[in-house]
Design a protein around this ligand. Structure first.
Ligand code: MG
Length: 324
């Protein structure tokens, strides 16, 4: 005896939630099972894919850090998932869909964080990590077959950054949770690195949100729950939103965009640019599956996919081999 997973949703989800039985389905239709909903299966496919495992050696902010305790793209992803699920559960939204989107949102992130992303954008033209995340799940994963995820999960992955419109409230939850997660953990990591001190944090947002990471996350979550309880939209109250934005501006000035990061970015852009040209001239170095892709995509696209998929350590080893 087991409870049909689709039926279970009817008992616990709000009418405004994305119910699996109303899913718009997959690009290639599949027979669904009563044990796991389509959104649960999407989450499981993401957890089992190679790009997900590589997130552990990709930068969040600090590039290939020596210290064990800095966030990586993987731990960032898990923190986003945790915050997003807390909100989804409290609002009776679909936790499985929320979890799948959160776990998949950064699969297309490059090595070296946003530094690597901007570099690839300059080199290849038109590179954005959210679009690459969709490309990973649609085309690159599973040896070029893709994961054939549902329309709702694909929408949430593509539209996770900024204020892009989304199909579901669950995707909106992940959008907010992403920002809540990185503002908080990047402050924590910057403190760990000695780039900032607690005393330097702007005082008015600290007064609104609290003096520690856990207090601030809690205040932000409560603010989202209060402002979103009608389920007409997912938002944060103005007061907490402004405080979070002020902390984010502070991070841009003191952590993300400093003379040191500019220097790092210049060097990494040169290294990636050299690597890109080298691989264009020596395409046999690319994995077989990407070369097959290059039959219907341009070779530059295949090289871009290869570089975007690299972990920091893999890229650093390659730079060393290339003598750059
Ligand atoms: Mg993210």
């Amino acid at each position: 005896m087991f409870l049909d997973a689709f039926e279970r949703e009817q008992h616990i989800l709000a009418p405004e939630a994305a119910h699996a039985q109303n899913s718009q389905g997959r690009l290639t239709p599949e027979v669904e099972t009563p044990v796991r909903t389509c959104f649960q299966r999407d989450r499981d496919r993401i957890i089992h894919c190679k790009s997900f495992r590589r997130l552990k050696d990709k930068t969040q902010v600090f590039i290939a850090p020596e210290d064990d305790h800095y966030r990586t793209r993987l731990t960032h992803t898990l923190e986003v998932m945790q915050i997003a699920r807390t909100i989804a559960r409290a609002l009776c939204l679909n936790e499985d869909l929320t979890e799948a989107i959160a776990l998949g949102h950064d699969l297309g992130h490059t090595p070296f964080g946003h530094v690597g992303e901007r570099a690839l954008d300059k080199i290849f033209g038109g590179f954005h990590h959210n679009e690459q995340s969709l490309r990973v799940v649609d085309v690159l994963e599973k040896d070029g077959q893709g994961l054939n995820l549902t329309i709702e999960v694909r929408d949430g992955i593509l539209n996770h950054s900024g204020h892009r419109p989304t199909m579901t409230l669950e995707a909106k939850v992940v959008q907010l949770a992403d920002r809540m997660a990185y503002v908080n953990h990047d402050i924590d990591d910057a403190l760990r690195a000695g780039l900032i001190t607690n005393a330097q944090l702007p005082q008015s947002p600290v007064a609104v949100l609290g003096g520690t990471v856990s207090k601030r996350i809690n205040a932000m979550i409560l603010s989202v729950l209060e402002a979103s309880q009608e389920l007409d939209d997912i938002r944060m109250n103005e007061r907490e939103w402004r405080a979070m934005d002020e902390l984010r501006d502070f991070l841009f000035a003191k952590v993300y965009r400093t003379p040191e990061t500019e220097r790092q970015e210049k060097k990494i852009t040169e290294q990636l640019s050299f690597t890109f040209d080298y691989l264009l001239k020596h395409p046999y170095l690319l994995p077989e599956v990407l070369l097959q892709k290059s039959h219907y995509d341009c070779l530059g696209r295949a090289v871009c996919d290869y570089i975007a998929g690299m972990s920091d350590y893999f890229a650093l080893r390659l730079f060393e081999q290339l003598g750059i």
